[in-house]
Design a protein around this ligand. Structure first.
Ligand code: ANZ
Length: 801
């Protein structure tokens, strides 16, 4: 009998499906575990080999947790609103719903053929009316809480795509999708007040089991800065300029001021003789992106307005300039410039010959230009001698007392631009009556996306919905027009902001979710997905979740307890997989040729889950051969079975393997778990006799990695119950213990380091480790290695010339 995955795998997939093996309901007697994948956008291209990497990982965890007695929620669905289906509709006239449903069918077929343990009864689709009804309902909760508002805001208008884009969707003045030019234009838009939740979102991060760098990304995005707002009066005028500064302690060193070129006071402050220069400069800077303007290395430019401000602490007259290194979108759009302590100000002052005064004493060995660090205050009258934090406190108190300023916290985070001028999105449940907006009554939800003839945005960038008169115009029983529907749609983020909640109760027609079910399953215990969602999706969904928590609609403050980012799978050439490079691997072909289990084993063995790694077809053959060896080993059970006690060596390896696989799964280190199971296979295949418990336990710990294969063996062995609910084997710490040895690492006979290792490790492994030690590598790098002496379990001596 040969191992034949193409026969085995579909049979088990059918068995799991028909017997609803992975279907779950709330069970108060069991601990719950909620493991979630970032659900995919069902693109026309179908599944990419990068998708299953994360799905395999979460599935191994799901299967493992079931065997540990958890009630496991492991769902899948489709994030199906979005631009590609709409672009396709514009080109071909095919309704996005048609394309979407075809794509979902294909995605589902592919995902199902990989044998994941999803509870398919919970499948959701964000474009389903029964789903987006509740997206609209949640929007209304935010709206009623005063967190949604309309504003005339300068937006990123992309004529080519016919829509407004979020800042995040614009990269150096071009649309992220398609690379089309983007312009800044004022337009009426829906905004969500995520800024009200800036502190809440920051605080929430502290208790999360997320990679630290990911929390930092979120922190930087929110960008909280503590400081002060300071008021400067303008000489011979009643105009006041307010600046935001994080360094009020440097106020005595403010030798000039700068307004952003777009600042509303520029016009008023510019004297006649400077008007031409100022206008020319304003025009020039309007073509630059914020990123270009903020570039530290850029040559600083600016123009003098002709007016002067008065420094409130010493009444000195200081010139007011405009310069584009000051951004209108941050703080107050104006700064006090302190060239002694700020590098950008220093560069500007140097170039334009403005005075520089140090107000913080730099350390004696400092030889830079602006000193941006902390230190004792100098040239600052009442602050002299105080350290930076004391000086900050004292000056803020002084400013408050003299009504010249306030304490202020600033955020980089902006309110979230939430409307799009597109067809393929959730309609807003909003109507406009006499120019005022109001919520659609809950009883009237959902507001169904109507059919349109054309999917292009109408002129002036309005959504195609605005062209459907019968839909937009609301008439009473006497056919009198009383209101107009909002014609914008929500961005793709909306549906993914709460899908994890819907999974807890996906079929509910009465409410978004039942609170009891929600509080049973939430929070998500483990969330696995790509790095591309490290900031926005996670920030937006956390924001909605915090609001829902404040409204007492959910039971936890944070939605995702533990988060893990899988690394990218690159092409065999080490480059990002892309159609144009021709290095894309089609998962269907891999399954046809090797089967889903070999595919899973291979991807999990490729390297650490969170690292980027190139595809390698050789490795796939290796994975397949390993399964074949297991096939032989398990099928020889009848001949090899013994009731004799196994040899000491076998017992030790057995306990070590269970221990390592258990710990590695818990830590998502699947590649090393697989290595250990390969060592185990090697050993067992060399034995003539194997005891039942070893056969049994080994099959169990393999089963999350080779789910179809292990079900098959389990059946061949005559077991009636699926392996899915068998109990995960325990290990005995004492029996797993290895003898440790201390190995001396010498260079030219001189002891440089020691390493502790498990006895009888391979020479190659030890040498590699030894060469990596700093105290050793420094000699190896400086000289030529001429000889290596190796004494097993005792010593390494590098002879260097
Ligand atoms: C005076 C000063 C002295 C500053 C000093 C810094 C160092 P973060 O930390 O990012 O919040 N700033 C304020 N608004 C700005 C704007 N719209 N465009 C460009 N720069 C702006 O940065 C706050 C600091 O960035 C503020 O503190 C201000 O410069 C500048 F030794 O004020 B500071």
């Amino acid at each position: 009998m040969k191992y034949n995955p193409s026969e085995i795998e579909p049979r088990w997939q059918k068995y799991w499906d028909q017997n609803e093996i992975f279907k779950v309901t709330e069970d108060e007697d069991k601990p719950k575990y909620y493991v979630l994948d970032m659900f995919p956008y069902p693109s026309a291209a179908g599944l990419h080999v990068g998708h299953p990497l994360g799905y395999f990982a979460s599935d191994i965890i799901a299967r493992y947790k079931r065997m540990r007695g958890y009630n496991v929620l492991h769902p899948m669905g489709w994030d199906a609103f979005g631009l590609p289906a709409e672009q396709y509709a514009i080109q071909t006239g095919t309704h996005p719903a048609v394309t979407t449903s075809e794509n979902i069918k294909n995605f589902k077929r592919q995902i199902k053929s990989l044998g994941f343990s999803y509870d398919w009864a919970r499948e959701i689709n964000t474009t389903d009316i029964k789903y987006y009804k509740w997206t609209q309902w949640i929007f209304l909760q935010l709206y009623k809480k005063g967190l949604a508002y309309e504003a005339e805001v300068p937006v990123n208008w992309c004529p080519e795509l016919g829509t407004v884009l979020a800042n995040e969707e614009v990269i150096s003045g071009k649309s992220e999708r398609g690379g089309f030019p983007v312009f800044r234009l004022p337009m009426k838009q829906w905004m969500l007040k995520i800024t009200d939740y800036a502190d809440s979102l920051l605080e929430g991060l502290n208790d999360l089991d997320w990679p630290e760098h990911l929390k930092d990304l979120q922190r930087n995005w929110i960008g909280r800065s503590e400081g002060a707002e300071v008021k400067f009066s303008v000489d011979n005028s009643d105009t006041i300029i307010t600046v935001f500064t994080t360094r009020p302690d440097t106020l005595f060193g403010a030798t000039y001021m700068v307004l952003a070129p777009e600042h509303p006071l520029v016009e008023k402050l510019t004297i006649d003789s400077q008007k031409n220069d100022i206008r020319a400069y304003q025009k020039e800077s309007s073509t630059k992106t914020d990123l270009e303007r903020g570039d530290l290395n850029d040559d600083k430019t600016g123009v003098f307005t002709g007016s002067y401000a008065i420094n409130p602490v010493n009444n000195k007259k200081i010139p007011i300039w405009i310069a584009d290194y000051v951004l209108i979108s941050y703080g107050t759009g104006a700064i006090m410039a302190v060239p002694g302590q700020d590098q950008r100000d220093w560069d500007f002052a140097q170039k334009l010959n403005l005075p520089i005064i140090r107000t913080v004493s730099p350390p004696s060995d400092f030889d830079g230009k602006a000193y941006t660090g902390d230190g004792p205050a100098i040239n600052s009258e009442m602050l002299n001698g105080l350290n930076t934090s004391e000086a900050k406190e004292k000056i803020i108190d002084w400013l408050i007392k003299h009504k010249k300023g306030i304490r202020k916290i600033n955020y980089k985070l902006r309110d979230w631009l939430f409307s799009r001028q597109r067809y393929w999105g959730e309609p807003f449940p909003i109507i406009h009556i006499n120019g005022k907006h109001t919520a659609v009554d809950d009883s009237q939800l959902p507001v169904i996306l109507p059919e349109v003839e054309k999917y292009e945005p109408s002129g002036q960038g309005k959504s195609p919905l605005s062209t459907i008169k019968e839909w937009v115009e609301l008439r009473d029983v006497n056919n009198k027009l009383y209101g107009l529907r909002e014609t914008n749609t929500m961005p793709q983020w909306a549906g993914s902001c709460w899908y994890y909640l819907r999974f807890t109760d996906p079929l509910n027609l009465e409410s978004a979710w039942n609170k009891k079910k929600e509080s049973y399953w939430m929070p998500v215990d483990l969330y696995i997905g790509g790095q591309e969602h490290a900031v926005l999706h996670l920030l937006y969904s956390r924001f909605w979740h915090h609001v829902l928590h404040d409204l007492n609609l959910v039971s936890t403050r944070e939605p995702f307890k533990k988060l893990y980012n899988q690394g990218m799978i690159l092409g065999e050439d080490g480059q990002k997989m892309s159609k144009s490079r021709g290095n894309v691997i089609n998962p269907d072909k891999i399954i046809d040729e090797f089967g889903a289990d070999a595919f899973r084993l291979y991807e999990m063995f490729l390297g650490p889950l969170d690292k980027a790694k190139p595809w390698n077809t050789k490795g796939l053959h290796g994975a397949y051969r390993f399964i074949e060896r297991l096939w032989t080993l398990f099928n020889s059970r009848d001949d090899k079975l013994t009731s004799d006690t196994p040899a000491k060596e076998t017992i030790q390896l057995f306990h070590q393997t269970i221990k390592k696989v258990t710990k590695d799964i818990e830590n998502l280190r699947f590649n090393t778990a697989i290595s250990q199971m390969m060592i185990m296979q090697n050993h067992l295949s060399s034995l003539d006799k194997i005891s039942e418990i070893i056969y049994d336990s080994y099959l169990k710990i393999l089963s999350p990695f080779l789910p179809h294969f292990c079900e098959e063996i389990n059946m061949i062995w005559g077991r009636k119950d699926s392996i899915v609910f068998q109990v995960w084997p325990e290990y005995d710490e004492n029996l797993a213990k290895e003898e440790e040895v201390e190995i001396a690492i010498q260079v030219n006979g001189k002891l440089r380091a020691t390493i502790k290792m498990i006895k009888d490790q391979e020479e190659e492994t030890i040498l590699e480790l030894a060469k990596d030690i700093d105290k050793v590598s420094k000699y190896l790098n400086n000289g030529k290695l001429i000889k290596t002496i190796f004494i097993q379990n005792r010593l390494v001596n590098f002879v260097v010339n």
